[in-house]
Design a protein. Sequence first.
Length: 114
Amino acid sequence: MITIRPVRTADETEYLHKAAAADNHMLAWPTHHVKKGDETLGALSILPTVLVWLNTQKAKVRESLEVQSTYEAMVANTSRCVIVPCVLNSPLLPYMEKVGYIDLGKVELFVKGI
């Protein structure tokens, strides 16, 4: 039987990061540990995601930073982190790491209504 339970300690987080790395996977902020008995099967990162659109002709740097500050404050009420996908042709892409975001690598992004 599989169990999925919240990650409880920094040591458990570190263990999950190492286990994912050993399997050639990157893990961002694991929130849940997936186990079968005593064996780790994986982890879940159930994280809020913010999709941002700002008009490239109208929004200036100051407005972009204000929007970022606002959505980060909104998310901080319920989470320790946020995912912000950024398309490859976005003028904001070169600045994402400069404002503290970690590049998780290139992925295909899917969405599903539930």
